[in-house]
Design a protein around this ligand. Structure first.
Ligand SMILES: CC(C)(COP(=O)(O)OP(=O)(O)OC[C@H]1O[C@@H](n2cnc3c(N)ncnc32)[C@H](O)[C@@H]1OP(=O)(O)O)[C@@H](O)C(=O)NCCC(=O)NCCS
Length: 110
């Protein structure tokens, strides 16, 4: 699904979505806005497959970098991002209002 700025991808099994994610593409920067796997299907690395598809799509769209923010304590997400070469490039203390958790900023070249 493509809008002027937003690009979303779903992984389908038997026509049903099991994971979806998306990014905004602004001035060559693909900013990850969502990455989610059906809770019943977590632990199968579907997030990694989805993220690889998002990276390929961002390259196709001629983005030059991908960026994101992730909760410090979100270890499954951070492991997934590590696996495809994202690197920590900053930190925002107390970013998430619900529990005051820090946001870790990550990026990778495309
Ligand atoms: C983040 C998310 C997409 C990853 O989905 P997934 O493909 O099911 O990920 P997996 O459970 O296969 O795990 C990925 C890695 O995290 C590790 N992991 C899983 N649970 C963990 C935990 N509680 N503590 C530490 N590591 C954990 C796995 O061992 C795996 O590591 P490995 O690849 O080195 O073996 C999924 O957890 C999700 O939808 N979360 C809710 C939405 C969200 O937080 N999105 C990210 C927003 S930035």
């Amino acid at each position: 699904m493509e809008g002027r700025l937003s690009h979303y991808i779903a992984l389908l099994e038997d026509g049903q979505p099991v994971a979806f994610g998306g990014f905004w593409l602004v001035a060559g920067e693909a900013q990850v806005m969502r990455l989610a796997v059906d809770p019943r299907r977590r632990g199968e690395k579907l997030g990694l497959s989805l993220l690889e598809a998002m990276l390929a799509e961002a390259v196709r769209l001629e983005a030059v970098e991908m960026t994101l923010e992730v909760r410090e304590g979100n270890l499954p997400a951070r492991r997934t991002y590590d696996h495809v070469g994202f690197q920590e490039c900053g930190r925002r203390e107390g970013y998430y209002g619900d529990n005051g958790e820090a946001a870790i900023l990550m990026r990778r070249d495309l």
